[in-house]
Structure formats: C-alpha cells, structure tokens
Design a protein around this ligand. Structure first.
Ligand code: CAO
Length: 413
C-alpha cells in the first residue's frame, strides 16, 4: 500500500530531539528523509546516554527511524556544491541549529529560494523575534520560558519541569503540521514557503488553558484550584498540583500496594457523583445538600477525594479503573514506563514497536501515535552514520565512483 507522503523528499539538517521528532513523523508517513550529518561525528545524540559501547544510543535510534543518512561537510566548497544540488531536488529543507547557523554556511532563505523556489524551508528555534532570538535552547529551558514550569508543581514548592518533552517533541509536532500545510498550499501556488516555529511558542500553545486562567484571575479566584477557598491567590496563575485543568474536578488518589506508581486519577463529573458515592459506600451523601451539587463540593474537594481515596486504597489501580469505568466515571491508572513497555494493546497498535537494529539488536521504541487508514507505518531501524551516502549521491545526484572519490578526497563526505 502507498504512503501519504510518497514522493516527498526531505533534506533533514536536524539534530538532537526537536527536529528529528518532526522528520521521523514525515518518514513514517512515507517521505524520503535524508539526514545530513557531519562526517566523523554525526548527530551528537548518537553518542549521548549510550547504554551499549560503540553502538548508536537509544536516544538517537528512537528519534531517527525510517531515515537515510548522508555524511556531508557543508562548510567545504564541494560540500556546499552537493548540498546545493540536494536542495534542488528536495521538497522540504528543515533545520534546528542555533540561530543563524545555516546563514553562516551560506544558505540564507533568499539563497535557498533562488536554488529551489518550490522548497518548503522549516526551522525550529528556541525563541521567535524578540530579545532572546539569538539564544540556544534545550527542552527544559523552553518549558520554563513557555509557561509550563511556572504552572506545574505544588503551591509550596518550586516550578517543576515535566517528563513529557513538550518543548522538543511538542515543537516537532507543530513543525510537522506547518510543513505538510505548506506542501498543501504549494499545490495551488506552486511556491514553497518559510515555516518557523519557536519552542517557547509551541510550549505556550500547549499551556493555552493557563493563559485562560491568567485572565480569569482578574475576575475572582480560580475555584477549581487547590488554593480555593482557603489559600491565597496573587496576580499570577499559581501551580495547581494535581487539580484538573478543566471544569471537572479531578485528583490522583492512592491505590493498594503502596508502590511509587500505585495511584489512579479520578474525575468527578456531575453525573459521576451518585455512582461514585454508591461504590464507596456513602449513599448518604448522594442527596445531601452539603455534598450533592458541584457548587456545594467546590469548597471541599479535598474531602471528596479523601473519601474516594479511602476506597481506592483497598483496590489495585487496575481494579479501580475497571470498576469506575463500568460506572462511567472517567479515571486512569498511573502507569509506569515498565508497565507501558509491557502493555499488549500498545504493542498491538504499533504505538510501542520492537525494532531490529544491525548493531544493537532488538529494542523498543514509540511508534507513530497518529494512525492513518490508508498509510500504514512500519517502523524501521535508524541509519548508521553515513550508511546511505553513496546510494544518495548516485541515485539522486547521478554521481559515479570518480565523483564520489573526489568528494571524499576533499573531505566533503
Ligand atoms: N557540516 C558542517 N557544519 C555543520 C554541519 C555539517 N553537516 N552540521 C552542523 N554544523 C555546524 C553548524 O553550522 C554550527 O556551526 P557554526 O556555529 O559555525 O554556525 C555547528 O555545527 C554547531 O551547531 P549548533 O550551534 O546548532 O550546535 P550546539 O551544540 O552549539 O547547539 C542547540 C545545540 C540545540 C542548543 C542549538 O542547535 C539550538 O539552539 N537549536 C535550536 C533550538 C532547538 O532545536 N533546540 C532543541 C534541541 S533538543 O533539546
């Protein structure tokens, strides 16, 4: 079966996490992704956090599957010549270097357009235009500058960064949409365009509900926050602990066994109150006016969840899920990475996939979470450094053995 992005060729100058997540998605959807890496070293993550000696790290292999790798020093004359030819034949160029790096190589947007007016040129940076435009940025920096850290954690503790890589992988997702949208518009205009996404902007977009709350603060306390009614609200959105960001109160509650992840998250919808009280043996509170309505419960949400926890601690988190799900109460067990890796339903859908790598052997990765009915995804191994250099030069640029030897002599590949 064909793939959604068959025929689209991506010149991938990305490294570390944010850019590679984007191009991995494009590769899964069928694009021919050509990863350009510096000869000798390649993407820095090949060597970072290695679990096995002399083998590409899981960091790299889990972000670069289904791509081809060409080594190319784009700072040499021959390297620039090859890079220019590749730009001519590609539909997309993407990079996430420190600000200005591609311009310093001699490839400003104006020059790229001259070489190929149909190319979509995407960049990821830490910040958009403004005081920090020239700064280098990593994941946790963007979580701090995009509003996630200030709104995550507990009221009496410091700002907290999350395990979800919303700055890197979150921005990669945004950029993938930008690229596909630009390719769609190219069908009518015939022109490529510039796609830029700053990590600060992507994180803020994901923290949209917190900017909502910042504006609500001007009109009174945030009643679903744990600070209400006894705590103090300042003039900035406080950290909400485990409180649900929506209008439906929710909280983590302890379950049986007492392990670090023996918890479940339970939400009290209006219609969930009666079944919840019934299952925990407090039918007396179902109609009690002190407890029966969301308004009445708002001032004692801690008490509500303490009551529920009194029941959940007697049950396994999976039992809690099963029982409450049957009652239509939204809830979920807190799953560890070990449990997720072993979860058979995620294996069945390909969201967790086992991949065979020529040097490392079998390893687990997160497959494509976006499922298309007409574009199946087979997760393949990441490329070895420069694995496809000759293949790409021959197949795409028509190089012969002599041309390749010359490029090699000049240190370009
Ligand atoms: N041939 C020749 N030179 C190459 C090359 C190639 N194939 N690939 C990269 N280089 C050069 C770059 O041109 C750059 O050179 P100059 O400094 O002379 O312009 C140099 O390698 C280093 O690139 P860099 O500055 O991007 O790398 P860094 O390790 O110093 O910074 C990072 C890394 C991530 C902080 C920075 O790239 C950045 O801020 N990127 C944008 C935001 C981003 O994506 N961050 C998320 C990363 S994941 O947490």
């Amino acid at each position: 079966m064909g793939k959604a992005l068959d025929g689209i060729r991506v010149l991938d100058m990305t490294h570390v996490q944010s850019g590679p997540t984007c191009t991995q998605l494009l590769a899964w959807f069928g694009a021919d992704v050509i990863k350009v890496e510096r000869p000798g070293t390649g993407d820095v993550t090949r060597h970072q956090l290695r679990d096995l000696p002399d083998v590409d790290s899981l960091y790299f292999t889990m972000l670069n599957s289904n791509k081809r790798s060409i080594t190319l020093n784009t700072k040499t004359d021959k390297g620039k010549e090859i890079f220019t030819k590749l730009i001519e034949t590609c539909d997309v160029l993407i990079e996430n270097f420190a600000p200005g790096a591609l311009d310093r190589m001699g490839f400003a947007w104006e020059r790229i357009q001259e070489i190929n007016p149909r190319i979509v040129y995407a960049s990821i940076k830490g910040f958009g235009p403004g005081p920090y435009v020239d700064c280098k940025v990593y994941e946790n920096v963007s979580q701090c500058t995009g509003g996630s850290a200030s709104t995550t954690g507990f009221d009496d503790g410091p700002p907290v960064v999350t395990g979800a890589q919303i700055g890197d992988s979150g921005t990669g997702l945004h950029v993938a949409l930008g690229i596909v949208t630009a390719l769609f518009q190219r069908q009518t205009t015939g022109r490529g365009q510039r796609v830029v996404c700053a990590m600060q902007d992507a994180v803020l977009n994901l923290c949209r509900v917190k900017l909502r709350d910042q504006q609500r603060l001007a009109h009174g306390p945030l009643k679903e926050y744990p600070q209400y009614p006894n705590g103090v609200f300042g003039n900035e959105v406080p950290r909400a602990g485990h409180a649900s960001g929506g209008g439906q109160p929710g909280h983590v509650v302890k379950c049986a066994h007492g392990g670090p992840n023996d918890y479940a998250y339970v939400i009290i919808q209006v219609q969930g109150w009666a079944p919840l009280m019934k299952v925990i043996g407090r039918e007396d509170l179902i109609e009690n006016p002190e407890w029966a309505t969301p308004e009445a419960r708002l001032t004692k949400l801690d008490d509500c969840f303490a009551l529920i926890e009194g029941w959940t601690v007697t049950k396994d988190k999976f039992e809690v899920m099963e029982i409450l799900n049957d009652l239509g109460v939204p809830c979920g067990p807190v799953l560890s990475m070990k449990e997720l890796a072993e979860e058979s339903s995620l294996r069945a859908t390909g969201t967790v996939a086992e991949v065979d790598h020529p040097e490392r052997g079998k390893y687990l990765t997160v497959g494509n979470p976006i499922k298309l009915s007409d574009s199946p995804v087979e997760v393949k191994a990441s490329p070895l450094l420069g694995e496809h250099t000759e293949e790409i030069l021959k197949e795409i640029l028509g190089f012969d053995e002599g041309d390749i030897a010359e490029a090699r002599e000049q240190g370009a590949i």
